[in-house]
Ligand binder design. Structure first.
Ligand code: C2E
Ligand code: MG
Ligand code: MG
Length: 609
């Protein structure tokens, strides 16, 4: 081509033409400018193609793009907005972005947003919006004002990334870094960190603690017989039972497969540890109901104690493993301490059962009394009688250690009568001391064998008349398993007791399988919410929901509720809000000898706020 050299003026003219053409294209007034010169046409075509590319990119990006005019009316939304918000484009065009408003941000937030963008600045924030379906989603949002040549805002463009999934993923990652996904217990890594952390503190404060490894006997066989699904279900429930056996500050982890790790942060004393081990074992006395099957499990446990058996997680776990292997090599269903000397001592303790045969004759049983109070007014409402075995060799032994043995041997019938007699005599003594007016019902725990005895009500009646007390001063506690056992018998006994003015509480409610219809039929007075629900009341929303449900169920059945095992102020205050009627627990008073409980008769309202 014969190139003509342009004069400066011609060049200026062409450049002006080109600029005008580009502006015309940009403003959308024309699609294509056909200038007399080819480069200009090409330039115009290129611009159009670029605009199309840009359009496609905006349309197809997974990021949220909304363009509004300067009054905030939506003029454009891309596909991602439709997908994320679940609104169709037609439903959004012409509307204001407040259509996505979730109510999660206050007035101040929106004021700041508008002030920022109207003054020509870019606004950046995490914004919680609401979909058409009502679900919330979270966006990392940027709003940019679009300005013309003179700096006047004509549009706003909001671009954003949906970070809902990112956040969920982060939460999931945080969860799995700490918890076992099957059981919801701590995982091994976190458990190990906790031991090391506790070891550091314990060293400074000179305190002891214990690490227990708990292994389910013959779990592989169970898995093979019932399949993995049942196996998993058992692992979950077994973990829950172990968790329910330990104190609030102690920790349980799923250590590996069918092995759990327990950190007893509050004691390194073998006898206290044994109490917890026995509690764990007694919580496995009940079967695991899977479908129509009743599965019974036993456990082996290995224990190491800080600092004697190691001063780090690694050493303590290793030694607990050694103790566990030793336990397994001896027989199923047993536990061993790492230290042989303790094993020798504890085997004596385990053999204490022989001494139980003589406990009644030797007058070694005694009753302790734990009060419970009105949840709102803090007024004394009742007292629960709890047996203790005071043995010169073993000290004061709690019932978890010996009641199962008394039940197995049938001794519970004789001991049970002793309990009823002792409590009635105690009430008489309190009356003699002048507490008649302040007297509240004293509740006795019954064992199933006692409850099934034909002469139970006659015996109670006789004892009441012999001790010359009012029958309203006496109450009993039975668990759900009793009426599941024989509903007609339960109905008869409860009817008889009710007639005499004797109250009956359902104990440990929520741990059994009572049916609504049986609850409806039986004349109970109070329902005691099992301590396992109270323990996690304020930390586990599932438990809060369960407690709310139990309270409302009880109230609908005209029963009052008593929360067992209240250990701190927050639990108490929560129960007040949930309209629980009464509270019992270490926070208010531990079980006390008879003379010490008298102070609650003297001042019926507990003296703390
Ligand atoms: P239970 O009837 O549910 O009694 C409540 C248990 O929880 C008592 O344990 C009590 O000391 C304990 N406890 C109360 N407040 C708290 C708390 O805030 N935190 C914790 N961690 N525990 C708390 P105890 O005395 O060891 O009795 C255990 C179980 O033994 C009783 O459970 C009852 O089933 C049985 N038992 C106790 N005394 C007798 C009795 O005289 N006869 C019969 N047959 N069984 C009894
Ligand atoms: Mg009880
Ligand atoms: Mg109870």
């Amino acid at each position: 081509m014969n190139k003509k050299k342009l004069t400066y003026k011609e060049l200026q003219e062409r450049l002006t033409q080109a600029e005008e053409a580009i502006e015309a294209l940009r403003s959308g007034k024309v699609d294509l400018i056909l200038g007399e010169n080819c480069p200009l046409v090409i330039k115009a075509r290129t611009l159009e193609q670029e605009a199309q590319k840009l359009n496609a990119a905006i349309e197809q990006t997974s990021d949220w793009v909304v363009i509004t005019n300067k009054d905030g009316t939506i003029e454009y939304v891309n596909k991602a907005v439709e997908i994320i918000s679940e609104y169709r484009r037609e439903e959004l065009i012409g509307k204001n972005p407040r259509i996505f408003k979730s109510g999660k941000h206050d007035r101040e937030f929106y004021k700041n947003l508008w002030e920022t963008i109207c003054s020509g600045n870019v606004f950046n924030a995490i914004l919680i919006n609401r979909k058409k379906t009502g679900d919330l989603f979270e966006l990392h949002y940027t709003i940019t004002p679009l300005k013309n040549k003179d700096g006047q805002i004509h549009h706003f463009i909001a671009t954003a990334k949906d970070i809902t999934e990112q956040k969920l993923l982060k939460e999931q990652m945080e969860y799995s870094a700490k918890y076992d996904t099957l059981t919801g217990l701590y995982n091994r890594k976190y458990f190990t960190e906790e031991i090391n952390h506790l070891a550091d503190n314990a060293q400074k404060q000179g305190i002891k603690f214990a690490v227990v490894l708990v292994d389910i006997d013959k779990f592989t066989a169970l898995n093979d017989t019932f399949g993995f699904e049942t196996g998993d279900e058992i692992l979950k429930r077994a973990g829950k039972r172990i968790f329910n056996s330990i104190c609030t500050d102690c920790k349980v982890s799923r250590f590996e497969a069918d092995k759990y790790g327990v950190l007893l942060s509050d004691t390194g004393n073998p006898e206290d540890i044994i109490l917890v081990l026995e509690k764990i074992r007694s919580n496995f006395n009940r079967s695991f109901k899977i479908g129509t099957e009743d599965i019974f499990l036993t456990l082996c446990m290995g224990i190491s104690i800080f600092p004697e058996n190691g001063n780090s997680a690694e050493a303590l776990i290793k030694n607990a493993e050694i103790a566990l292997s030793k336990a397994r090599s001896i027989r199923l269903n047993n536990y061993q301490f790492f230290e042989e000397e303790i094993n020798i001592k504890t085997s004596e303790f385990v053999h204490m059962q022989r001494h139980l045969f003589h406990a009644l004759k030797k007058n070694e049983f005694t009753m302790h009394y734990q009060p419970y109070f009105d949840c709102q007014t803090r007024e004394l409402k009742g007292v629960e009688a709890l047996i203790r075995w005071n043995n010169p060799k073993f000290g004061l032994v709690t019932p978890g250690m010996f009641i199962p043995f008394l039940e197995e041997t049938g001794m519970i019938l004789e001991v049970g009568k002793w309990i009823i007699r002792t409590v009635c005599k105690q009430i008489r003594e309190w009356i003699n001391k002048g507490y008649d007016k302040q007297m509240v019902p004293v509740y006795i725990n019954l064992s199933l064998a006692q409850f099934m005895q034909k002469d139970l009500t006659d015996f109670i009646e006789r004892t009441i008349s012999e001790t010359n007390i009012k029958s309203e001063y006496l109450g009993f506690e039975i668990t759900e398993s009793f009426f599941m056992h024989d509903i007609e018998h339960t109905q008869k006994i409860l009817g008889n007791l009710r007639q005499k003015g004797i109250s009956v509480n359902i104990d440990d409610f929520g741990t059994g399988y009572s049916s609504l219809s049986s609850l409806w039929k039986l004349p109970f007075n109070n329902l005691k919410i099992d301590s396992s629900f109270i323990k996690e009341l304020t930390t586990n929303p599932d438990n809060t929901a369960i407690v709310i449900t139990i309270i409302s169920l009880a109230h609908n059945l005209n029963l009052k509720t008593i929360a067992e095992g209240v250990e701190n102020e927050i639990q108490w205050q929560t129960l007040r809000i949930l309209k629980c009627d009464m509270v019992q627990g270490y926070y208010f008073s531990r079980p006390l000898p008879a003379d010490e409980v008298e102070r609650f008769f003297e001042s019926k309202i507990i003296l703390f706020t």
